[in-house]
Ligand binder design. Structure first.
Ligand SMILES: Nc1nc2c(ncn2[C@@H]2O[C@H](COP(=O)(O)OP(=O)(O)OP(=O)(O)O)[C@@H](O)[C@H]2O)c(=O)[nH]1
Length: 299
């Protein structure tokens, strides 16, 4: 496969940032929607790989950082924060994303979780929205004062501006070495896992702030019947009231979540999909350490 060019660098990158700053948009632009979700490979890494970008000079392996939840104080959130800190201590580079001209309390909370022994690069996103580009300079200065970022790069994840510069900046901080992942392996994600991730993504997209935090998706059955994939999934929530939110009025929310997830699955798998999604209440879910461990949040 890819020959190891001299000076080739390869390593793990965590994208962090408060909600809505454009992390997913950036990841999708860098690695493409289709391979932005790839399966976990426990033998090589404890991280869940979200996408891989391989250029002639470097391979950037983007890993999942479970949310920066600060709204609720439950055990789940403490576990999440622990796992964030752990992930951030494990990667080669942290890529923090902020919105141009906005550096608020949420951003400061993210900064507080950064590990000072780890290079952190700041991507100042959505610069396309800044009419007067001169305003960027004092903003960049302010950000530099908030944390000793290794580099600060203005970008527009949506328009694709500044992304080459960003990748070049990240590359500088990766260790030298051959690609850690074979290109062919990238599409090798389990379809079951992809199905679960697509439902989870639609939940986030369609419920946003309303989404009860302690929500999880489990694909309980996945049957391949020639040209048809029959998938049965369950969305677990903590309370009846949350169940009602996910289902929506006259079941419309759930219908939309399922139908959008199904369309994406059909595109991704290149096959017809029959998707059946249920919402179930699992009481005391977020305070159950065993459950957290089984979901991969434990130590
Ligand atoms: N104008 C502009 N909008 C952007 C840009 N990047 C992202 N957005 C928009 O910002 C919103 C949030 O983007 P996401 O990529 O979902 O943000 P996120 O950080 O992944 O959000 P969470 O999943 O909530 O953590 C979306 O409406 C994007 O279209 C950009 O460069 N310019």
């Amino acid at each position: 496969m890819t020959s190891t060019a001299q000076g080739f660098r390869s390593g793990y990158v965590a994208i962090v940032g408060r909600p809505n700053v454009g992390k997913s948009t950036l990841l999708n632009h860098l690695v493409g929607a289709k391979i932005s979700i790839v399966s976990r490979r426990p033998q090589t890494t404890r991280h869940r790989v979200r996408g891989i970008l391989t250029t002639d000079e470097a391979q950037l392996i983007f890993v999942d950082t479970p949310g920066f939840q600060t709204l609720h104080g439950g055990m789940l959130n403490r576990a999440l924060n622990r796992s964030v800190v752990q992930t951030l201590g494990d990667v080669d580079v942290v890529l923090m994303v902020v919105e141009a001209l906005r550096f608020n309390a949420g951003d400061r909370q993210v900064v507080a979780l950064l590990d000072r022994n780890r290079p952190a690069i700041l991507a100042v996103n959505k610069v396309d929205q800044v009419k007067d580009k001169r305003q960027l300079l004092p903003f960049i200065q302010q950000a530099a004062e908030a944390y000793p970022f290794a580099e600060i790069v203005p970008i527009s994840a949506e328009k694709g501006t500044g992304l080459d510069e960003l990748v070049a900046s990240v590359r500088q901080y990766l260790p030298e070495g051959p690609p850690l992942y074979d290109l062919e392996e990238m599409t090798d994600a389990s379809e079951r896992f992809l199905a679960q991730e697509l439902i989870r993504e639609k939940l986030f997209r369609l419920l946003g702030e309303e989404l009860p935090y302690a929500t999880t998706v489990v694909v309980e059955a996945f049957k391949d019947e020639g040209g048809l994939k029959r998938i049965h999934a369950v969305i677990y929530v903590e309370k009846e009231s949350q169940k009602a939110i996910v289902i929506g009025r006259k079941g419309e929310k759930l219908k939309e979540i399922a139908s959008r997830a199904r369309l994406d699955m059909e595109q991704l798998f290149g096959a017809k999909v029959f998707l059946d999604v249920w919402v179930k209440v699992r009481r005391g879910w977020s305070d159950d350490e065993k459950m957290l461990k089984s979901l991969g949040f434990g130590d």
